[in-house]
Write a protein that binds this ligand. Structure first.
Ligand code: NAP
Length: 271
């Protein structure tokens, strides 16, 4: 049976891991697909399997999203293909080396992919979504966006960016019928770990989730209207308490003419 189309989902980092599972689940939910990653052969194999299994149309775009020219090519796809209704910003790399052992060029490449490409692709997609009356953006962040101390700090900071950028998008696009979800996975069993520098087998199995379970939970979170989905977190109230503490940082509290009394600046000036 062919489900009626939900439009087209563009998924970055779709050749393996979390992105490949998103491609599978979204095809089964009735989306045609545009799959983006560097490895064309893997993308073609996945595209054929998904077309055979679901009857959906699957287009492949081989691109290196740490390369500006390739990013511009995918931006152009997002700007011109009016069938696109969903963007999954998933492509990303991590690192487990601490600062003193980390290579600055590699950190820069990571920022290019995890932050700059994600930002540019979002900017390319949003105007069309606004013009067509809606759309959805799923940004794959990480739990280290909330706890950057857990892994390499630059990686954590790129994911804090993804989380903060997503929260600002929710706010900025509130009246435009655009859904934004930030997903914060814990450790997921994918090729991410050997590439980042630590085999996933080094972790206790209790803290490692499969990519299948992660994506199924994240899509359930999307269906439930969550803006931030932390699939491992047993008690959603812990996030709600954190978020409500963050909201207590009102502008009146954060921006004032005089420094807070504990810095004794006003007292010094008066004296
Ligand atoms: P993965 O299995 O290594 O997959 C990464 C995907 O990104 C692959 O399809 C890869 O394909 C693509 N990619 C890597 N560099 C690229 C580039 N320069 N240009 C275009 N595509 C590129 O890792 P994953 O675990 O699925 O990670 C997906 C996302 O989840 C990442 O953003 C990661 O930070 C996040 N995440 C992962 C974990 C985890 O524990 N695994 C936890 C939290 C968050 P090609 O090699 O073919 O380009």
């Amino acid at each position: 049976m062919t489900i009626s189309s939900n439009g087209t989902a563009l998924v970055t980092g779709a050749s393996t891991g979390i992105g490949a599972v998103y491609a599978d689940r979204l095809a089964r939910r009735g989306y045609d697909l545009i799959l983006v990653a560097r490895n064309r052969e893997r993308l073609n194999t996945l595209a054929k399997r998904l077309t055979d299994d679901t009857g959906r149309t699957v287009q492949v775009e081989a691109a290196d999203l740490s390369n500006k020219a390739d990013v511009r090519r995918i931006e152009a796809v997002l700007q011109t293909d009016a069938s696109i209704t969903l963007l999954v910003n998933n492509a990303g790399v991590g690192a487990t080396a601490p600062l003193l052992q980390a290579d600055a060029d590699k950190m820069d490449d990571m920022i290019e992919l995890n932050v700059s490409a994600l930002t540019r692709l979002t900017y390319a997609a949003v105007p069309g979504f606004v013009q067509r009356g809606g759309g959805t953006i799923i940004n794959i962040a990480s739990i280290v966006g909330i706890r950057p101390e857990i892994l390499n700090g630059v990686y954590g900071a790129t994911k804090a960016y993804v989380l903060g950028f997503s929260q600002s998008l929710v706010h900025e696009l509130a009246d435009k019928n655009i859904r934004v979800q930030a997903v914060c996975p814990g450790a997921i069993a994918t090729e991410f770990w050997p590439i980042a520098g630590t085999p996933v087998e080094n972790f206790p199995p209790e803290i490692v989730m499969s990519a299948d379970d992660l994506v199924d939970a994240a899509l359930a979170g999307l269906d439930q209207g969550e803006l931030v989905t932390i699939p491992s977190l047993p008690d959603a109230g812990v996030w709600e308490a954190y978020e409500s503490a963050r909201q207590n940082f009102t502008l009146e509290n954060l921006s004032r003419r005089v420094p807070a009394p504990r810095y004794h600046v006003a007292a010094k000036q008066a004296g």
